[in-house]
Ligand binder design. Structure first.
Ligand code: NAD
Ligand code: MG
Length: 380
């Protein structure tokens, strides 16, 4: 029986993780759940999964939950409790499903304890990949990716030698604006950008898919997860999202992992690896899918993808600046403060103006994230 702590249980990945856990009551026990503010969803989850404790970041929501559920479980409150529970409570696997930079500090605590991390929160590796992967090795911890592309690559690499990898091929759906002209970005609405053709996800990653920043973040994530230079990581547009990614080896052979666009499968794999467990998820019906197609991405149109490639080539704190600027720009776009086309402009401006520190330690990463957010307070 594995004890699981789920960070971000009210989100798209968190809810899907509980859908997986529900199928295996004799294999997994949920010991802790955390949410930012959605206590309605959390209350249902508490009643079904009986965790020992929950963390609610928002203070007034935490109070409300306490009065609603009495002593069903410990209710902790505030952002710092995320790192505290990761550091102190008893669990085997941390499922990191918080969105953004906020996922970093609790993940670091789990790594220091040598835990398995089923990692959806790609931002952790984007902002501090070098530090995180070093810490994983030092503490004998494990990061098993939940992101579907990285799960695909992880599965393709089982039994293989990393020295024999020629390149990783990350597939990208191209998002809702794949077939739109760049001029469309001027007036693209929030609803249009949130209307992803294949995946139902949280709003931040859905906007990231529309700008293709999501694929840029995934290139950086892949670099650190698999320890390969960025020159060996490529992106191909595959609108059907059936091939989740591929590995090409030095003899020219290409391995791919296929499946329906459903996050339950990579989540289950991250929880059960190296084993596979039988489930009743819908199977991939290739004749019904009929066609798989592939294109080169247009870096002139999807500037965010180019910015991410440039940031990881620059190194140091550039990916951290890129990530923080992207989080702010996406939030501004969702709140209708900027146009879709301005997302890449703002990120570019931050990368241009904020000083890059090579070889950062973890304090420098936290400072850099803060500085980038402050930078945006002073511009309009
Ligand atoms: P979401 O917005 O649906 O859920 C985010 C969760 O994190 C919620 O439970 C929310 O309460 C919590 N949260 C948000 N901000 C927080 C904060 N500042 N402090 C504490 N908790 C906070 O997001 P999602 O789509 O589930 O994505 C989660 C992560 O997984 C992201 O890093 C995303 O890139 C990654 N991911 C998601 C998918 C997907 O299919 N949704 C696929 C691959 C990777
Ligand atoms: Mg992905």
């Amino acid at each position: 029986m594995k004890k699981i702590l789920i960070l971000g249980s009210s989100g798209s990945i968190g809810v899907n993780a509980l859908n997986v856990v529900r199928n295996f009551p004799d294999k997994f026990k949920v010991v802790g759940l955390t949410v930012n503010s959605n206590i309605d969803v959390l209350e249902q989850q508490i009643k079904e999964f009986h965790p020992e404790f929950v963390v609610v970041t928002d203070e007034s929501k935490a109070k409300e939950l306490k009065s609603n559920i009495g002593n069903l479980c410990d209710v902790l409150c505030g952002y710092d409790e995320l790192a505290n529970v990761a550091k102190q409570r008893d669990y085997d696997i941390l499922l990191g499903a918080i969105v953004g930079f906020a996922g970093l500090s609790p993940t670091l605590e789990a790594i220091k304890r040598g835990k398995r991390i089923a990692l959806a929160n790609k931002e952790t590796l984007v902002v501090a990949g070098e530090i995180v992967t070093k810490l994983v090795l030092e503490n004998n911890a494990e990061i098993i990716p939940v992101d579907s592309e990285h799960s695909a690559i992880y599965q393709c690499l089982v039994g293989e030698n990393l020295n024999e990898v020629e390149k990783l091929i990350l597939t990208a759906s191209g998002g809702p604006f794949l077939n739109k002209d760049k001029s469309f970005f001027e007036n693209a609405t929030v609803d249009e950008a949130l209307n992803h053709p294949n995946w139902k996800m949280g709003s931040k990653i859905t906007i990231d898919s529309a700008t293709m920043m999501n694929k840029g973040l995934e290139v950086i994530e892949a670099k650190w997860l698999f320890g390969l230079p960025v020159e060996k990581i490529s992106v191909v547009i595959h609108p059907q999202s059936i091939i989740h990614s591929m590995v090409q080896f030095i003899d020219g052979s290409v391995k791919a992992q296929l499946g329906l666009p459903d996050m339950k499968l990579p989540i289950q794999y991250a929880l059960t690896f190296p084993k596979r467990l039988k489930n009743n998820f819908k199977r991939t019906d290739l004749p019904a899918i009929n066609q798989l197609s592939f294109f080169e991405p247009d870096l002139g149109k999807f500037e965010c993808l180019k910015l991410a490639f440039d940031a990881i080539k620059t190194g140091g704190t550039a990916p951290c600046i890129l990530n923080a600027a992207n989080e702010i720009a996406v939030e501004k776009f969702i709140n209708k403060k900027i146009k879709f086309s301005q997302i890449s402009d703002l990120i570019n401006r931050a990368l241009d103006k904020i000083e890059n520190h090579l070889d950062p330690d973890i304090e420098t990463i936290f400072e850099c994230d803060k500085k980038t957010r402050e930078f945006f307070l002073n511009i309009d």
